[in-house]
Design a binder for this molecule. Structure first.
Ligand SMILES: [Zn+2]
Length: 449
């Protein structure tokens, strides 16, 4: 992203506008200008469009494009050909219709649309309609052959930027005097594809913003990265909160100090001769919609020295599971974070290493949460290799009854090579024998016949 460049052109379109006071402002840049331009604000993260319910009501979405929420997150695509970060209709479709349910009537001040492509998918051609849904014959989802104006919708503006060609297009629809466009409970975008003989002329929509006249001050995507250095200067924790600036303060106060305290502790718990875990961890708060592969339900994951935290999960669980979840991930950074490390043998099955991460989390970091209990409900389905919290509970049993040094030994096996026979070496019992004893103890404790 290269913000701050002036846009190549700014144009006021006055033709084909339904209401004379409506003003359509368009801006275009042949290169990446961060969608900035006079009269057009860059994409917003907290506009009414971010909370609206968008639906395709006519035409088919392209299968490889980002899910529809990519037009709501305020985050520009990473490049001029970034299908994951844009919404567009399928090849061969001559456009289509999108509706945005605003969850009740609001005074809409502006509607802004942003698109970016290196080729014919950049320009925007569409008609914008609004409705309060009050017409007697109102149709919320008019099919392609029905003129919305005949079923309770009001034409607000027509947009056509096709003469500008490839690059970034930003369109802002407002009024001359700055007063609202009207009070609407839904908007409808009747989108036309660019004329392209191979059928690939559907616009790459990067963002659609709907500005509520009474909404909060708009927040725009900004690169926000802070580095926290440990007091002894040994470790760096880098926090990227660009996609969730609202979580930056929480992370600074509640998350980073815990990481600073626990990362060296976990390293000390899991020493491996000849292997040094990374001295830097990158934490990135990511919007669910920008997680790789649209893995929206995943709370967090680690890859090397990078920990990705799902911003939605962190926000929902700020006072609950958020920090413990990050503890689990930094155990993985200690385990595998240094790719030049000393891993020589067979990597253990994932239940082994996930169990270690959850043991450290649930039994050492937050034992009071009792998050890894075996209960009457989960007893029957719990085996030593069930992974995560169940395996953590099994480890707790083995540590209390057979081998206090289990965490260090398991981690050593992560590097030097794991075999199931190790359980016998460490405890005198096979994993299956330990499993049977652990289950018997749980059965007795829970009073299960
Ligand atoms: Zn894990």
């Amino acid at each position: 992203m290269n913000p701050g460049l002036p846009l190549a052109s700014l144009l006021l379109v006055s033709a084909a506008i339904a209401d004379p006071s409506v003003k359509v402002t368009t801006a275009h840049s042949a290169t990446d200008a961060g969608f900035k331009g006079e009269g057009v604000l860059p994409p917003a993260m907290n506009d009414a469009g971010a909370k609206a319910f968008f639906r395709v009501i006519s035409g088919a979405a392209n299968e490889v494009c980002g899910v529809l929420p990519v037009v709501q997150d305020g985050k520009p695509p990473g490049s001029e050909d970034d299908p994951d970060r844009n919404f567009f209709f399928a090849i061969g479709e001559k456009g289509g219709r999108l509706s945005a349910d605003l969850h009740g009537p609001i005074a809409v001040k502006n509607v802004a649309t942003y698109s970016w492509h290196a080729g014919p998918r950049a320009p925007q051609i569409y008609k914008l309609y609004g409705t309060d849904g009050s017409a007697a014959n109102f149709n919320a989802e008019p099919a392609a052959d029905i003129d919305p104006a005949t079923v309770g919708w009001k034409l607000i503006a027509s947009v056509d930027t096709h003469d500008k060609g490839a690059g970034q297009h930003a369109v802002s629809i407002g009024t001359e005097g700055g007063e609202p466009l009207g009070t609407f409970s839904r908007l409808l975008f009747d989108i036309q594809a660019n004329d392209e003989s191979n059928g690939q002329g559907n616009t790459f929509f990067s963002e659609i913003d709907i500005i509520d006249a009474k909404g909060p001050a708009l927040q725009h995507y900004e690169h926000k990265v802070e580095t926290f250095t440990s007091k002894d200067g040994k470790f760096k924790y880098i926090l990227d909160s660009s996609e969730a600036p609202d979580l930056a303060d929480w992370a600074k106060k509640n998350l980073m100090p815990v990481m600073e305290e626990w990362y060296p502790k976990i390293i000390a718990m899991l020493p491996v001769e000849g292997y040094t875990p990374p001295d830097t961890i990158n934490f990135t708060l990511k919007l669910a919609t920008t997680l790789p592969g649209h893995a929206q339900g995943v709370p967090a994951f680690a890859s090397g020295k990078n920990v990705t935290l799902n911003a939605n999960f962190m926000r929902d669980q700020a006072g609950g599971e958020a920090v413990g979840c990050a503890i689990h991930e930094i155990v993985h950074v200690v385990q595998f974070g240094n790719p030049g490390g000393s891993t020589r043998g067979q990597r253990p099955p994932t239940w082994v290493t996930e169990g270690v991460a959850d043991y450290i989390r649930w039994f050492l970091y937050e034992p009071q949460a009792k998050g890894a209990e075996i209960t009457k409900r989960n007893f029957a389905s719990s085996n030593y290799d069930s992974s995560y919290r169940v395996t953590a509970n099994f480890y707790d049993y083995v540590i209390k009854n057979h081998e206090k040094d289990l965490m260090r030994k398991l981690n050593l096996a992560t590097h030097a090579g794991y075999t199931p026979e190790l359980w016998k070496d460490w405890t005198g019992k096979t994993a299956e024998e330990l499993d049977a004893a652990w289950k018997a103890a749980n059965k007795l404790r829970l009073g299960i016949e």
